[in-house]
Design a protein around this ligand. Structure first.
Ligand code: FAD
Ligand code: UDP
Length: 372
């Protein structure tokens, strides 16, 4: 069989590409080195619960076309991400909003909260003497002031990044919204949810009728001879590996998970609890059932599955999760991108091949807009 496309990787990039190719009447073979399809959105069913094996995945987008596309394949539920922070046993709503301000300071109105935040920021703003914040610590202190910084940001960030907040770039914290309304929704996007029945259903719908092979490593089976079986290669694996690491290895940030079953129907009452103090070694605890079971239905399933997340320094062989955007890695990635642009009939796509962090919706949007 000769295919129009050999697609390396069955994550959202590869699977969406295969879907479009099939719709266009093209033939394709999708291979993945893992024993399952779906890349990082894959879920393992444990005790009737879809466990997000490669980290919690919440779909959110402002793009109606992307939302309509995924919902045409599998309907999405009403999950809304509302993480809670635990600081030495005190609970605070995230992102920083009127609920958080009321919990921290007992304020009741937006005006009271603004006055309090102005007081909290004053010292940091004065210290800057009009210049821009130079690091995450300065940025956070100027944005929300000292109470929030010391209780909800500093130690969490240092656990997550393994570095002092003074040595981290300011832009990391700009992503965290600050709101003077009682709204715990972590995202500002118009659409948000989890596929009903889990992400595997979305992947199954994308790959329906497509030939797939798991436990098949491109470098062992097809690297030297793929042109004999396909016209074009869609490569979604790591870009440095494709070029045999000839300029050196790209670095990644990774997370390790300790997952266990708890013999209770409701362990923490929320999908995501962030532990914002140093004395707890993990950053977050995920209770997976809350992504798909709401209200009383949580109790229909007698057990629960929780995962502690530990931020870990990446070593070769670990999961490659987040690109590291420092000077060395940006330069290295550019060198590989230059080589990639010279490969004939090969498209490098997705977070590993582009060495770029993408949320799920932008990946789908990108593939929907590719010329076939
Ligand atoms: P992947 O899903 O990684 O797929 C690549 C596939 O290629 C893998 O299956 C891999 O096995 C395969 N492969 C690699 N090399 C080879 C080879 N040599 N031979 C064969 N197969 C190979 N996005 C959100 O929108 N919301 C979230 O809440 C969210 N949470 C996230 C949490 C974490 C911890 C991480 C890391 C990401 C998160 N994302 C989230 C982003 C989301 O995971 C990505 O957008 C999406 O997975 C990208 O899909 P992809 O196809 O590019 O990559
Ligand atoms: N952050 C924090 N406290 C929290 C949650 C987040 O200080 O309880 C900071 C932290 O520095 C993190 C950044 O905000 O790196 C962005 O967090 P987000 O959850 O948006 O991103 P992710 O962790 O998914 O990269």
């Amino acid at each position: 069989m000769h295919y129009d496309y050999l697609i390396v990787g069955s994550g959202l990039f590869g699977a969406t590409f295969a879907y479009r190719a099939k719709q266009a009447g093209k033939s394709c073979l999708v291979i993945d080195k893992r024993p399952h399809l779906g890349g990082n959105v894959y879920c393992e069913n444990i005790e009737g619960i879809n466990v997000h094996k490669y980290g919690a995945h919440i779909f959110h987008t402002n793009n109606k076309a992307v939302w309509d596309f995924v919902n045409s394949l599998v309907p999405f539920n009403r999950y809304t991400n509302c993480p809670v922070a635990n600081y030495h046993g005190e609970l605070y709503n995230l992102p920083f909003n009127m609920n958080t301000f009321a919990q921290l300071w007992g304020v009741r109105t937006p005006d009271e909260a603004k006055t309090k935040i102005e007081e909290q920021r004053a010292e940091a703003l004065a210290a800057l003497q009009g210049r821009e914040p130079r690091n995450l610590e300065e940025q956070a202190l100027c944005l929300v002031g000292k109470d929030i910084f010391y209780k909800l940001i500093k130690e969490y960030t240092e656990k997550q990044w393994g570095r002092d907040c003074k040595d981290l770039p300011a832009f990391i914290i700009k992503r965290l919204p600050v709101r003077f309304v009682f709204d715990n929704n972590y995202f500002n996007d118009a659409y948000q949810g989890i596929p009903i029945g889990g992400y595997n259903k979305l992947i199954a719908a994308l790959l329906e009728g497509v030939e797939v092979k798991t436990e098949c490593d491109f470098f062992k089976e097809y690297k030297d001879n793929w042109r004999e079986i396909a016209n074009q290669l869609i490569y979604t694996g790591p870009i440095d590996e494709y070029f045999d690491y000839k300029f050196g290895r790209l670095d990644w940030r990774t997370v390790s998970f300790q997952t266990r079953i708890e013999d209770t129907p409701n362990y923490q009452g929320n999908a995501v609890i962030n532990y914002t103090s140093h004395d707890v070694p993990y950053t977050r605890v995920i209770e997976h059932k809350h992504f798909e079971m709401f209200g009383q239905s949580v109790y229909d399933c007698p057990k629960t599955v929780v995962s502690e997340e530990y931020s870990t320094e990446y070593q070769p062989g670990m999961e490659q999760f987040y690109p590291v955007n420092d000077a060395r890695n940006n330069l290295l990635a550019d060198q590989y991108r230059t080589l990639a642009a010279q490969e004939i009939n090969v498209l490098f796509g997705g977070r590993l091949a582009e060495y770029k962090y993408y949320d799920m919706a932008p990946i789908i949007e990108k593939v929907l807009n590719l010329p076939l």
